[in-house]
Design a protein around this ligand. Structure first.
Ligand SMILES: [Fe+2]
Ligand SMILES: [Fe+2]
Length: 340
């Protein structure tokens, strides 16, 4: 794919006089402004790393496609019939989560304001994310996986409900959250693909493309939050602690989210152990344990952060010890019973 011309980030607009349109304390606004060159640098590195793809590359639907594509689609439909229901539920939840993009575009736009490398990143990121819901919907529609009307009703409710995470207008919390969340979605898509492997190669291929994007987004956000930690460790540790302790996947307002998440946890797609792994990886990447010269308050946040993985491990141990087989049923699969 030619990653140039109209797919490039548009040339930066002249910045209007909008000095204080960002959320955050005056000190945080100064930090975000000082980090603009770093955001630009990470964005350029991201564009150099990515290989742009489009939903139509993976799920072609061109007017001039012939009988060969129809046969391919028939094979996809046939193969999709053999997918286990845990894969269907993971696909439903992950598709709906991706379709929550309007919530996230708005949050990032509101937190970082217009006309800067931060808003340029939001546009680039949104353009990339927009393909995720699109290609996944193309797949589930063409493969006839769901009661599509039920999926659409859930999507409507999810968007209509709004999404206001309790970040208290703290832009550091948004960046801590996106660091954790991009990695979480990468794991969830990749594990869903792995469960489909051997049964449905078209699905695994599509999810590998999506997971690859999430991985690159994760690299961007963790690099940028790393800059925040260097510039303002006192506040950044506090924000990171709050987000890490209260982390919920972005779809938590989706009707039936809790039951679907439980299926994903039990099915090995995404659960507490995966989240523990993400927190461990990030604490190590940011070298949180070896930060020095902190105030007593920041040291307290640092200590609490370093204890989060063992706390999550205890939660996972407890849940696994008392877990018994359970039956679930969901509208998106015609109330069929799933036991895990
Ligand atoms: Fe995504
Ligand atoms: Fe992403």
């Amino acid at each position: 794919m030619d990653d140039s011309g109209p797919y490039q980030t548009p040339a930066r607009m002249t910045r209007p006089a909008l000095a204080n349109v960002r959320f955050g304390t005056p000190q945080q606004v100064d930090v975000l402004t000082a980090l603009e060159p770093a955001v630009r640098r990470e964005m350029d590195a991201h564009v150099a790393r990515r290989k742009l793809w489009f939903p139509n590359d993976l799920m072609p639907a061109d007017a001039d496609s012939g009988a060969e594509r129809d046969e391919e689609l028939a094979r996809t439909r046939e193969a999709a019939r053999a997918l286990p229901d845990v894969v269907r539920i993971a696909l439903a939840l992950n598709l709906l989560t991706e379709e929550g993009l309007p919530h996230f575009h708005r949050l990032i736009a509101v937190y970082f304001g217009p006309a800067s490398p931060w808003s340029d990143w939001n546009h680039l990121w949104t353009a990339e994310e927009d393909r995720h819901g699109c290609v996944m919907r193309d797949y589930v529609r063409d493969a006839r996986i769901f009661d599509m009307g039920a999926v659409e009703k859930m999507q409507f409710q999810y968007i209509n409900a709004g999404f206001e995470p309790d970040w208290q207008q703290d832009p550091y919390r948004l960046l801590a959250y996106t660091s954790l969340q991009e990695k979480a979605t990468q794991i969830s898509h990749a594990n869903t693909g792995r469960l489909a492997a051997g049964r449905e190669p078209a699905l695994q291929r599509m999810l590998a493309h999506v997971a690859g994007d999430e991985s690159r987004h994760y690299q961007f956000y963790r690099a940028v939050f790393g800059e925040i930690l260097r510039a303002d460790p006192e506040r950044a540790l506090d924000s990171l602690l709050k987000v890490t302790l209260g982390f919920e996947m972005p779809g938590h307002k989706i009707p039936g989210f809790a039951e679907m998440s439980e299926v994903l946890g039990r099915g090995g797609v995404f659960g507490t152990r995966h989240y523990q792994g993400i927190v461990e990886e990030l604490l190590e990447y940011w070298e949180i344990g070896s930060l020095t010269g902190l105030s007593a308050h920041a040291q307290h946040s640092q200590d609490r952060l370093m204890k989060v993985p063992s706390r999550l491990a205890r939660m996972a141990d407890y849940a696994e010890a008392k877990a018994q087989k359970k039956k679930f049923s969901f509208d998106v699969i015609y109330q069929r019973s799933v036991e895990l």
